[in-house]
Ligand binder design. Structure first.
Ligand code: AMP
Length: 152
């Protein structure tokens, strides 16, 4: 990361550090199939694909509001009926700062990354938080070393 301004780091460099693959379901899936994918992979969202391209996102929040509170049967409800269609996305060169603003302003914790319309990854607020903690820890260690005069 850029030492002077870690907030300007492109979001794609956080993606490289991530080992998990993308968790997706087809638009023909039921809610219960989507929830199974989320639970088996311990993730809070799934991306919904229609003929391979991004058609929507479905998260834990949607399970609470649009399924449980709405008293919908997860087995007979199609994911397409309860997903969010208007997906907020990032480009690989979006910065960490822009990512954090979107998470706060749009109130969503999951941001898919598209490169020329093709899905290449997803960043969650948790990923950004873990990365920021690491950056700050490293910076503090460097400053402590410098103050203690161990350089040169
Ligand atoms: P989350 O905080 O990610 O669990 O999502 C909260 C709400 O925003 C849910 O209704 C999601 O479907 C929706 N949502 C999550 N991520 C996105 C996104 N990247 N674009 C649009 N809506 C989203």
């Amino acid at each position: 990361p850029n030492y002077n301004s870690p907030m300007q780091t492109p979001v794609s460099s956080l993606l490289v550090a991530k080992t998990s693959r993308l968790h997706t379901v087809d638009i023909t899936a039921s809610v219960s199939e989507a929830v199974t994918v989320m639970n088996e992979n311990h993730v809070g969202s799934v991306l919904v694909l229609n003929e391979g391209s991004l058609a929507g996102i479905f998260t834990e929040r949607d399970v609470l509001y649009r399924v449980v509170a709405a008293e919908k049967n997860p087995h007979s409800t199609s994911i397409s009926a309860v997903m969010t269609r208007d997906v907020v996305t990032l480009s690989p060169n979006s910065t960490v700062e822009e990512t954090m603003s979107l998470i706060t302003d749009k109130r969503c914790r999951h941001l898919p990354i598209l490169q020329k319309g093709r899905l290449i990854g997803i960043i969650s607020s948790g990923d950004v938080t873990r990365w920021m903690v690491r950056v700050h820890r490293t910076e503090a260690e460097m400053l402590r070393t410098y103050i203690n005069g161990s350089y040169g």
